[in-house]
Design a protein around this ligand. Structure first.
Ligand SMILES: Cc1cc2nc3c(=O)[nH]c(=O)nc-3n(C[C@H](O)[C@H](O)[C@H](O)COP(=O)(O)OP(=O)(O)OC[C@H]3O[C@@H](n4cnc5c(N)ncnc54)[C@H](O)[C@@H]3O)c2cc1C
Length: 597
């Protein structure tokens, strides 16, 4: 669910909270900053200026980890958070085995908000069934976690709507869903212990979340509860292949996708159980409603104030993104029925509905990637993931990216600490030009494809993958802005915000992640626009100022003889010259990487 955490911010920068700043109307005048203007150089939170105990201090936690500490992880000199959890499980294994089932078994829902094909929920249900006791479902809402993890208001709204669906589904099986808000995130383990004790429950089941905070918290919880005679049992669920399973020929974790993907496929072929789907929970014993009567009419809370949507936005988003696992299943079915065959051809064209739009469901756990891969595979004429229909193969390879970035996060946990994958990339000198950042955020850069994409984000809480790459490359290469500002802004605004995928995507586009290619991977926004939005359909949809411009000028109105129309409509001139910006970026990357540290 989250990276290493940050403390609550004073104000939400989300465009859709009740205190939001609206996207400009087509006719409104824009700041239109350009490179020659004197830029505002207000210090930004990511602008480091002091160092203490090897950690670069920044205004907001998480601090960037020092290069020395990151290298210590790479040299296997520091235990990774997953290892802390594994040690806690190993050390308590005997004690946990001896714990007899109490009056109930509990499943703790986190980012796995579904009943179907949910590994830990299935284990919990089986445990309860074998012992003939009720299963209780628990969800703990932590506003501090939302702040710390930069969860967007659209995402919070989606999760709360999903909880309503989940509550109904569980209730139809006589399983109560107890939802509680915990003010301070540090109180969460203690509160779980209190609830388990009150309910007389002996076993807590949960799926593993792979972010640093969560792994550390779960390791503590396993030990703390074992000491009180309560067993915590965890399951790998969110990835098709659990992190840590795939090693290169030299026994190392892969940092490059293509060889990793080949091994991922082979591993699944060798372990078909990975695509076996778990049954949903069974019905609770009839006595459950009597014994735990107070747990059945628990209300789903509304969003914390800083994460609340305006009413009109809430209505719009509810229609755009219907919540819950049934919607996910319907969407998956429709995509596999109608679109997957042409996915390879259409997936890069943002004006088309060529992709599945399932990321919101993966991120909230209303759909498992196992179910997705299995469903797609079952449509194919072969059981091999790398054979048969090309569209199916390509889509499965995209779902695999999600696994890949989680594997990366688990092995190199310092990417959670605002750290580039290669420590030496920390030396690149970024810009903190606020006018540029504002223009990028608002979709007023004067680069139509960039502006369309940013406005899609504001309008839908979502952006097409091709456009995510374009705007991320534009921010980090053309504007040379610190990529972490963009990464954060995405998390604060995406409905499918997922730490590992977002961090991986930004790492790819800004060349600070695994397999960085700074000297080759600099997107030309104009060429991208012409190639992937050839008729300008996507641009016209999201940038109404440009609707009156026809032909190729849509991609570059000021460079292609449509200046009058564009400026009359209030559309800004380009804030940078791409060619010059490219040279500047190359020089900055080169000098940063080569600087000795
Ligand atoms: C800068 C940047 C930031 C991103 N941030 C996120 C994020 O916060 N959350 C998120 O889920 N995805 C993120 N992505 C990946 C990708 O853009 C989205 O997953 C995709 O656009 C979702 O649309 P879809 O469901 O229609 O995808 P489809 O094309 O239908 O793909 C199916 C699924 O495969 C997975 N997938 C596809 N491409 C990627 C990828 N490049 N990386 C990881 N998983 C992938 C997703 O789970 C997606 O739902 C980011 C990409 C970039 C370049």
């Amino acid at each position: 669910m989250s990276p290493a955490s940050a403390p609550p911010r004073t104000a939400s920068s989300s465009p859709r909270t009740t205190a939001r700043a609206r996207s400009p109307s087509p006719s409104s005048s824009s700041p239109n900053p350009n490179l020659s203007a004197d830029p505002l150089r207000t210090p930004h939170p990511f602008h480091a200026d002091s160092e203490e105990n090897g950690i670069v201090l920044r205004e907001f936690y998480p601090h960037e980890m020092s290069n020395a500490r990151a290298r210590a992880y790479n040299a296997n000199e520091l235990p990774r958070p997953i290892e802390l959890l594994n040690s806690a499980l190993a050390e308590t294994a005997t004690a946990r085995e001896m714990i007899r089932v109490g009056r109930a078994v509990v499943h703790w829902f986190k980012m796995d908000l579904r009943t179907r094909d949910n590994r830990a929920l299935h284990m919990a249900s089986e445990k309860a069934r074998e012992a003939g006791v009720p299963l209780i479902a628990l969800y703990i809402l932590s506003p501090q976690d939302f702040e710390a993890h930069l969860t967007s208001p659209v995402r919070v709204d989606f999760m709360l709507r999903t909880l309503q669906v989940l509550k109904r589904d569980l209730s139809s099986l006589d399983i109560p869903l107890w939802v509680e808000t915990v003010d301070k995130r540090t109180q969460l383990p203690g509160r779980i212990l209190e609830l388990m004790t009150d309910w007389g429950a002996s076993h807590l089941f949960a799926n593993i979340e792979y972010e640093v905070d969560e792994l550390r918290r779960e390791a503590k919880l396993v030990r703390m509860l074992a000491g009180k005679g309560i067993a915590v049992e965890v399951a790998h669920d969110t990835c098709v292949v659990p992190p840590g399973q795939l090693k290169s020929g030299t026994g190392n974790q892969y940092a490059v996708y293509t060889p990793w993907f080949r091994t991922w496929i082979r591993f699944i072929h060798d372990n078909p159980i990975l695509l076996e789907l778990s049954d949903p929970p069974g019905r609770n014993p009839e006595t459950a409603r009597e014994v735990f009567s107070t747990l059945y009419d628990c209300d789903i809370p509304s969003a914390p104030e800083t994460k609340r949507l305006e009413v009109d936005d809430a209505v719009k988003l509810c229609a755009l993104w219907p919540a819950g696992e049934h919607e996910a299943a319907k969407r998956l079915e429709k995509f596999c029925e109608e679109d997957i065959g042409s996915y390879g051809k259409n997936r890069n064209i943002p004006a088309q509905q060529g992709t599945s739009s399932l990321s919101v469901h993966f991120a909230s756990g209303t759909l498992s990637s196992r179910t997705a891969v299995r469903t797609a595979r079952d449509r194919n004429k072969t059981k091999k993931l790398d054979g048969g229909n090309e569209g199916i193969q390509t889509w499965i390879s995209e779902v695999a990216w999600r696994d890949f970035y989680k594997h990366v996060l688990v092995h190199w946990p310092y990417v959670c600490m605002n750290k580039p994958f290669k420590p030496e990339y920390s030396n690149i000198e970024w810009s903190y030009d606020n006018q540029h950042f504002e223009a990028w955020k608002k979709g007023l850069t004067g680069f139509p494809i960039v502006d369309a994409a940013m406005r899609q984000l504001h309008g839908m809480g979502y952006m097409h993958n091709r456009c995510r790459m374009i705007v991320a490359s534009f921010l980090s290469k053309d504007l040379l802005l610190d990529w972490r500002m963009g990464e954060r802004f995405f998390m604060e605004n995406l409905i499918d915000g997922d730490f590992a995928s977002n961090n991986g995507g930004w790492g790819f586009a800004a060349s600070v992640g695994v397999d960085p290619q700074p000297y080759f991977r600099i997107f030309n926004p104009l060429l991208q626009s012409e190639k992937f939005d050839p008729d300008g359909e996507y641009i016209r949809k999201w940038v109404p100022e440009l609707r009156g411009i026809s032909g190729k000028a849509i991609h570059d109105p000021y460079g292609r003889g449509a200046s009058d129309k564009a400026s009359k409509a209030g559309y800004p001139e380009p804030i940078v010259d791409h060619k010059g910006a490219r040279e500047r970026a190359l020089a900055a990357y080169k000098s940063g990487i080569e600087r000795d540290i």
